[in-house]
Design a protein around this ligand. Structure first.
Ligand code: APR
Length: 249
């Protein structure tokens, strides 16, 4: 039986790929099909709200028909034996739908809307049913055009980054799942986890040179990778003990 630890997960689009949601930079990724600088910026929303809102309404519809997969469920179920916090770059709500209680969204949430004049104005941020499209002319509480409460490419992550940084520094166990670590604060967060704690990476891709030394790379897709990680979490993280012993030899 494993001692209760604080596990911090840092997840990206890869954990939702087996739920049928696109990743961004893989060969069939979304940014191979559309230019995010034309559709995912505050200036694009200002210049062409129809086009930008149509793009996000399409993603909201896809999320409406998506379901959490086994990887999301294992993350949630681990709360039975460990304290779990999820820091995600994903704007989907699949972690919450799988039952995770502590989820921090670095890049916002597709299930919410906000003001296009001041996106952090709390009185304007509200849930918006996924089945309902956000239309040109829909107004926020401050009278500005309503927009999805996601982080655009010409905007900066806010206070959540400091919160995320603190959690990564304090983690007893740190797990990176399905992110290319290519944008935002995520590439920095992986360097904050302490070197003397179990650190895992779950991703089918080659990560040599892209992640600090000492991460145990479960080179699998999220579902299979999380099944392997669950065994580690249920048995005191034996791969990490072996790794540290190896270093000690
Ligand atoms: N299981 C696990 N990992 C997977 C799977 C899978 N089934 N399929 C792909 N991956 C991995 C890829 O190998 C890659 O490392 O998921 C990662 C996806 O990387 P990106 O497409 O770059 O997605 P992400 O890292 O989440 O992007 C970060 O960039 O575009 C912005 O705001 C957007 O939040 C997003 C941010």
């Amino acid at each position: 039986m494993s001692v209760r630890q604080h596990i911090v997960f840092l997840t990206g689009a890869g954990i939702s790929a087996e739920s049928g949601l696109c990743t961004f930079r893989d060969p069939d990724g979304l940014w191979r099909q559309v230019d995010p600088l034309e559709l995912c910026t505050a200036s694009a929303l200002h210049e062409n709200p129809e086009k930008v809102l149509a793009f996000y309404n399409q993603r909201r519809r896809e999320l409406l028909s998506a379901r959490p997969n086994e990887a999301h469920r294992i993350v949630a179920e681990l709360e039975r034996i460990h304290d779990v916090t999820v820091i995600t770059q994903n704007v989907d709500d699949l972690h919450e739908r799988a039952g995770s209680r502590e989820v921090i969204h670095l890049h916002g949430e597709l299930t919410k809307v906000t003001s296009s004049r001041s996106r952090l104005n709390l009185s304007c941020i509200k849930d918006f049913p996924l089945a309902r499209p956000i239309l040109p002319g829909d107004l926020a509480a401050d009278g500005s055009q309503l927009r999805p409460a996601v982080l655009f490419f010409d905007e900066y992550p806010t206070f959540v980054s400091e919160q995320a940084a603190r959690l990564c520094r304090e983690a007893d166990v740190f797990v990176v799942v399905g992110t290319s670590l290519s944008v935002g604060v995520a590439p920095d967060l992986v360097h904050l986890a302490r070197k003397d704690v179990p650190r895992y990476l779950i991703d089918p891709d080659d990560f040599s040179g892209r992640i600090p030394d000492g991460f145990i790379h479960l080179r699998e897709k999220a579902v299979e990778g999380m099944r392997l990680f669950r065994k580690e979490a249920e048995n005191g993280f034996p791969s990490f003990t072996r790794f540290m012993d190896g270093k000690a030899d």
